[in-house]
Structures are given as structure tokens and as C-alpha cells.
Design a binder for this molecule. Structure first.
Ligand SMILES: [Zn+2]
Length: 662
């Protein structure tokens, strides 16, 4: 499938051939829905109609063959004389020969044919009958099965072109590729039997086997099931044996001589005076009339795909070899990669970036909580984060008064990139830029928020005393208005440059990592429009990410150094401490989503008697993320104040994140 996917990718197609999906299920027992998940994850589809068609045609084929076998009325016509049991197919795959006898079905489209000599192996000893073609100038037939009936090799045929004509000589040819794989599977069964006997002694007796071009099955006596360690041991022993590249030697001996040689005689078979022995020197020696590889190295590798009980004391092993085993390895490899990438994607889901929402506090360079894992070298992430805050605050204390009635929209474009080259000898360095757009307006959310608060029994604080949906931001001190804003404003905010350095990532799977993060906030916004502080702020933070099964914890803290501000500079604290902690839970049933809770706190930003300006803050963000369209993540959260009313009563947080990994 990996190859099919890559092929489709290179041809810019998004549809995978249904036969690939069908084969995965039919041959490897790979569940269809799992294939679907993997494909859709990569943005691929397949035709489920095509899949159903294949499924139906397989069923029909089985039905057809059954009908064939049970149809009692076959009136054979003799065309030539002969026994019809001459098999030449050990060494020859095509021949020119005569039809001895043939019978045509009532419907007139099928026939059973006996040939003078045949390269077609008739089903026996668990080996499937050969398929192929029989043709002459008048007709073309498909041979879809070959069986032994009353000592004759009978070819089950379907008319493809022309009309039945058995008078002329026919060209016959087996499906050589099929036979090629049947041989490999048959020799695999011999090696497996010998290995099982070596492991469990003579308790192991063959009680049945089946071999076709796709897989093999081996039934044997044993009281206990095999452990997965034993299966692995068998597989690796078989691999080492195959690597010995032994020639397969075929002896034809009298029954007595054969028994003296110590060959294994399979259960339930009848033998003539002369028996055929398949001898793989030092590994296996068995009576067998089947077709085999010339050298065991042709098998390549053997993979056991199932082991279980089919009756009391009887176990069944199913396996594949050669190309099928290698294909399975590719699929498993691909699946593991897929799963590990999706685990990494889950970690991407873990980012929570919430910005302080108070319009007078968001001015400053307070950094949001970021992960303890920096961007991988060469990968880039782009995030569009929208924080909507609805404020309705009115507070008077001593000589100060604040009114915050309106909505603040903060749209942040956030880019992060993992550098490929070390910086001053440091590896694992990430750089970033945040470009915010800040809009203050009357807004539209007041009514909605009142309903929200009523529904959850929360207080509407000062909201009821304001007119809905107006803008009024004001701060008065000592009887004078220090700041006032009544009109909508839209401005670019303070651009922030950031750098992060991966300190430690103790485990290869990134479950315990920490990073040092620094940021420099430039005075690109306008303090009078509350889109920036007008100062140069610097922050330094330490952040850690730890994962325990389905939980991811992000926590960190640091210091913010506030530069000179154009607004309330004399009240502004030069040094502010901050700490954040968040937990994400990934529900196993829904790999595309994560539930989150996060606490963000900081010490007071201003010297003020007002709680909304001068007190420490703790806010909680509760929400979740969903992943869609492969690499996009949407965060939705609601931010509420926990301790004081520093944070306006409701803030909504939306983030659209996109990640590109090289
Ligand atoms: Zn055999």
C-alpha cells in the first residue's frame, strides 16, 4: 500500500485502486476499516463500489467452482485414447497435446477436459490445482482449477473465445506466476513442519495442510498453543535456514527404501510402489507429490500470520512467504510510521496558547504558555489565534475609577520555525514572530454572555448596568481622566520576536522535555489605541512538557521585564512574574480531539488599588482541540477568572493552527 500511496502521490491522484485495499484484507487479513483510517489520514480515498465488486466476484467464483464440482451430469465424449494421468508439470509449464475426453456443461460455457499429457498439477496433498489456458485456432479456454478424478487429471475450463473444438491439437499453459508462488508456499510448509518437530518433538504430527499461491496453512497435533516468543523463534530460525540456500533434492524410491531413509510420511495419503521424497539436506525429508522450489533461498522469508486451535489438540498455523511476506512487512512498517506520526500530531494538539485578555494587560509582553518541546529542525508552524474578550467592568476604589465596557478582539498571527543549523553551538533552536492585530469595539456579545452566565448561575458582575454592545473604556485617577476610548479602533499590535532553546528531551519519544524561551516585544502598536504599550518588553521563561499515557502536562514560568510605556508608565511594574500550567487529555476513542484545562497566572501588572489593575491574576481556560484536514487544528476555549476580577468576566479563545514538517 505504501508503494501504491507513493505512486498516487507522485501522479497527483487521491484515489487508491480498490484492488489494493481488497488484497490487504483478503491476503493479509488487514481490516478494511483500518486501511480506510490510514488512507483518509493521508487524504486518500478508494472506490468502495470497486471493493464490493471484487468481493462479489470472489464469491461468485467460489460459487461457480462449487456448482462445477457438484454438477453430476458430465457426459464425456472420447476424442482420443489414453489414460489421462500423465503429469509433466514438474519441469514443463506448457505443451502441445491432444484432448482425450471432454464434457460440456448444460449452459454450454464450461467444460471438463482430460488431456493426453498435462503440465497442470491436480489438487492433492493440500496443494491447490493449477490454473492457466487451453487453446487452439477455434477456442480459448481458461483453466481455473485442476483436480484428480478416477485417476485422471481433469481440467475445469471456461470458454473465453470461440467455440469448443476438441478435435484439433491444443496448446496448454499453466499460470506460471501462480505456480511460482505455490511452489514457495509448499516448500515453506515442509520447513515449518520440520521446525515444529525440532521444537516440540514427535508430538507434532501433520493433520492437514493447504497451499495456494497466496498463503499456506498447516494443521498439526499439539496440546498447547504457541507463545508469541515461540512464533518469533520459529520465524527467525526459518529465516536463517532459508539463508543457507540448500538445493531441494528429489528422490524416487520404493516405499521400503523411503521409510529406511527416515522420510516423514504425511497423514492420510496413499502411496504407490514408488514414492517421491522431497529432501532438503539436514533440514527436512518428506514424502510428497507436490511442486517445490529448486533452492530454498527462493522462499526469501516466511511470516506466520496466525496460530490457533481448530479442534481439541489440533493447532493451525497460517503463513505467507516471499513477496507477500515482504509486502506485509512494508505495510506494517508503513502503519507503524503512520501511528507514530499521528502520535506526534496528538502532541501538536497539545499546544494551548492563551493571551491575557484584559485590554489594559494584554498591552504588555506577557508571554503565553508554550510547550517544552521546540519545533523540529526544518519544520514550521503557522497559527491564527483569535481571542475575543467581552468586558463589562466598573470599579471605584479610593482615588481611582475604571470602566471597561466593550469587546476586544485580538488576532495573532504566530509563526514558529525550527532552525536546521546550530546557533552559537546550540542545537534545537526555534525562532518565532507574533504579529497581533487588536480591535476594540462595542461588540455584539453582551446579550449572549448574559444568557451564558444565567444558564450556569454565574454573576453578571457589572454587565446589567451597561447598555448592551457599546464601547466605553476609561480610567480616572485623582479626579482626572488618564485614558478614555469611545470609538472603535483597529490597529496592528506590538510585534513579538521570540527564540527558544531545547534544554533537554530525556526520552526519544519526547515525553519529558523542557525548553528555555525568550521574547522581545517591540513597540509597534499604539498605546493610545490600546494596541500596544509603546515600550520594549523582554521575557524569559522555562517550560516543560510531560506526557503520561493519554495526559500531557505543560507547565512553566518566568519573568517579564516591562520597558517604558506610553500609558500609566508611573504605575506600571517593571518586573512581573508569571506561571502557567495546563493538562490535556486525549480520549482514546477520538484520536482527532483533545480536552484541555489551563491555569495562567501573573503578579500584578500595575500599582493600583483597583483589583482589575493592581492585583495578582489567575485565570482558567477550559476547552478543547480538534484536528481536521490532516494538519489543521482548531482550538476552542472559554477563559474565566478564578480569584479576582482582573480578567473580564468572559473571554473566548479560538485558534486555527497549521503545521508543516519537513
Ligand atoms: Zn508436501
Amino acid at each position: 500500500m505504501k508503494i501504491e500511496v507513493e505512486k498516487a502521490e507522485s501522479e497527483n491522484k487521491t484515489e487508491i485502486d480498490a484492488s489494493v485495499v481488497f488484497k490487504l484484507g483478503d491476503t493479509f487479513g488487514f481490516p478494511r476499516d483500518l486501511t480506510e483510517v490510514i488512507l483518509s489520514d493521508k487524504g486518500f480515498t478508494y472506490s468502495s463500489e470497486g471493493y464490493d465488486k471484487l468481493m462479489n466476484s470472489q464469491k461468485e467464483q467460489a460459487r461457480g467452482a462449487q456448482k462445477f464440482g457438484h454438477d453430476a451430469k458430465w457426459e464425456f465424449v472420447n476424442y482420443n485414447q489414453g489414460s489421462g494421468d500423465t503429469f509433466i508439470g514438474f519441469n514443463e509449464f506448457c505443451a502441445k497435446t491432444k484432448v482425450l475426453r471432454a464434457g460440456i456443461s448444460d449452459e454450454g460455457d464450461r467444460a471438463k477436459i482430460v488431456l493426453e499429457k498435462s503440465p497442470f498439477y491436480a489438487e492433492s496433498g493440500g496443494q491447490i490445482g493449477d490454473s492457466g489456458t487451453i487453446s487452439n485456432a477455434n477456442m480459448k479456454l481458461t483453466v481455473y482449477d485442476t483436480k484428480k478424478e478416477e485417476g485422471q487429471i481433469v481440467h475445469y475450463c471456461e470458454l473465453i473465445e470461440g467455440n469448443f473444438n476438441f478435435d484439433k491439437e491444443v496448446d496448454v499453459e499453466i499460470d506460471q506466476e501462480k505456480r511460482f508462488y505455490i511452489r514457495k508456499n509448499h516448500t515453506s510448509v515442509h520447513l515449518l513442519q520440520a521446525e515444529l518437530k525440532k521444537m516440540f518433538g514427535e508430538n507434532v504430527q501433520q493433520s492437514g495442510s493447504y497451499v495456494d499461491h497466496e498463503r499456506f496453512r498447516f494443521d498439526f497435533t499439539l496440546n498447547k498453543g504457541l507463545t508469541s516468543e515461540q512464533i518469533k523463534e520459529i520465524e527467525s530460525n526459518l529465516f536463517l535456514q532459508i539463508n543457507k540456500s540448500e538445493e531441494v533434492i528429489i528422490h524416487e524410491k520404493s516405499l521400503e527404501e523411503a521409510k529406511k531413509m527416515g522420510a516423514i510420511a504425511p497423514f492420510g495419503e496413499k502411496y504407490g510402489d514408488v514414492v517421491r521424497i522431497i529432501d532438503i539436506p539436514n533440514l527436512s525429508m518428506e514424502f510428497c507429490g507436490g511442486t517445490h522450489v529448486d533452492n530454498i533461498s527462493e522462499i526469501g522469508m516466511i511470516k506466520i500470520i496466525s496460530e490457533g486451535s481448530i479442534a481439541s489438540g489440533i493447532r493451525r498455523i497460517e503463513g505467507i512467504c516471499s513477496k507477500n511476506a515482504f509486502d506485509l512487512f512494508l505495510i506494517q512498517d508503513y502503519t507503524i510510521n503512520k501511528i507514530s506520526t499521528s502520535l506526534k500530531t496528538k502532541k501538536n494538539l497539545a499546544d494551548v496558547v492563551v493571551v491575557q485578555a484584559n485590554p489594559l494587560i494584554q498591552l504588555h509582553g506577557l508571554p503565553p504558555l508554550e510547550k517544552g518541546i521546540v519545533m523540529k529542525s526544518g519544520s514550521t508552524s503557522a497559527n491564527v489565534i483569535l481571542d475575543i474578550t467581552s468586558n463589562s467592568i466598573s470599579e471605584i476604589e479610593q482615588q481611582e475609577q475604571i470602566i471597561l465596557d466593550g469587546e476586544t478582539y485580538r488576532l495573532n498571527l504566530m509563526f514558529r520555525h525550527g532552525l536546521t543549523q546550530p546557533v552559537f553551538g546550540m542545537k534545537g533552536v526555534e525562532i518565532g514572530i507574533d504579529i497581533p492585530f487588536v480591535s476594540h469595539r462595542g461588540g455584539t456579545l453582551d446579550g449572549f454572555i448574559r444568557n451564558w452566565h444565567d444558564a450556569f448561575g454565574l454573576t453578571n458582575s457589572e454587565r446589567d448596568q451597561f447598555q448592551d454592545d457599546q464601547l466605553h473604556y476609561q480610567y480616572r485617577r485623582n479626579g482626572a481622566t488618564a485614558f478614555r476610548m469611545l470609538n472603535t479602533s483597529n490597529n496592528i499590535g506590538d510585534i513579538r520576536l521570540s527564540a527558544a532553546w531545547q534544554l533537554a528531551c530525556r526520552r526519544a519519544d519526547e515525553t519529558d522535555c523542557s525548553a528555555l524561551r525568550a521574547s522581545l516585544k517591540l513597540p509597534s502598536g499604539k498605546a493610545k489605541k490600546l494596541s500596544g504599550s509603546g515600550g520594549l518588553d523582554f521575557s524569559l521563561a522555562h517550560s516543560t512538557t510531560r506526557t503520561y499515557q493519554r495526559y500531557t502536562f505543560n507547565y512553566g514560568g518566568g519573568l517579564l521585564l516591562n520597558g517604558r510605556s506610553d500609558l500609566f508608565d508611573e504605575q506600571q511594574k517593571a518586573l512581573v512574574g508569571f506561571a502557567n500550567a495546563g493538562v490535556n487529555y486525549q480520549p482514546g476513542r477520538f484520536p482527532w480531539m483533545v480536552l484541555k484545562a489551563q491555569l495562567d497566572s501573573h503578579s500584578a501588572m500595575y500599582d493600583s488599588a483597583l483589583k482589575n489593575l493592581g492585583s495578582d491574576s489567575v485565570q482558567i481556560n477550559i476547552g478543547g482541540s480538534v484536528r481536521f484536514a490532516n494538519k489543521m487544528v482548531l482550538d476552542i476555549g472559554v477563559v474565566e477568572d478564578l480569584v479576582t476580577s482582573t480578567v473580564p468576566d468572559v473571554a473566548f479563545h479560538f485558534a486555527l493552527r497549521m503545521q508543516h514538517q519537513q
